[in-house]
Unconditional design. Structure first.
Length: 149
């Protein structure tokens, strides 16, 4: 697997960063969409428009970006298995990323529920949940850049 070494690794890392940005953009947007959707009347035309928007962002941006980010991450770890020995920062980062993956799954479940006119219909809850990706991003970037442990 020579392509995983040298400049190939740099391309893999670039791909990882690109798709993490796309994934995070979707994780910032979808809870906000659900907050706005929760303010609409069930069965209204506006509610139906939000359903379509939520489904599109999940299927076109969020899920493909998450899968690509994970794929590039695995390739980086295959290319550089010594990263596992680089300290606890990587394990903490992976734990946070697993948490974001779970949050992604939760959001996907809520999109399905909203399509059937159920789900969390409290705007305040969605505005609070909207902060999860922000705090996770702050922690992850700090771990990757500063490698505090």
């Amino acid at each position: 697997m020579e392509w995983l070494e040298g400049a190939g690794y740099d391309w893999i890392k670039a791909g990882h960063v690109i798709f993490v940005i796309f994934w995070m953009a979707g994780l910032f947007m979808l809870p906000r969409y659900l907050a706005y959707h929760s303010e609409t009347a069930i069965g209204s035309a506006e509610s139906e428009i939000w359903k379509a928007r939520e489904t599109r962002i999940l299927r076109i941006i969020l899920t493909p970006a998450m899968l690509a980010a994970w794929t590039f991450a695995v390739l980086m770890l295959v290319a550089r298995p010594e990263l596992f020995q680089s300290g606890g920062w990587l394990h903490a980062k992976l734990a946070l990323v697993l948490g974001l993956t779970g949050f992604h799954g939760f959001l996907a479940g809520q999109v399905r529920k909203f399509r059937s006119d159920t789900g969390i219909r409290n705007t305040r809850t969605w505005r609070l949940l909207n902060e999860i990706p922000s705090f996770a991003a702050i922690a992850i970037v700090t771990l990757v850049v500063a490698k505090p442990f």
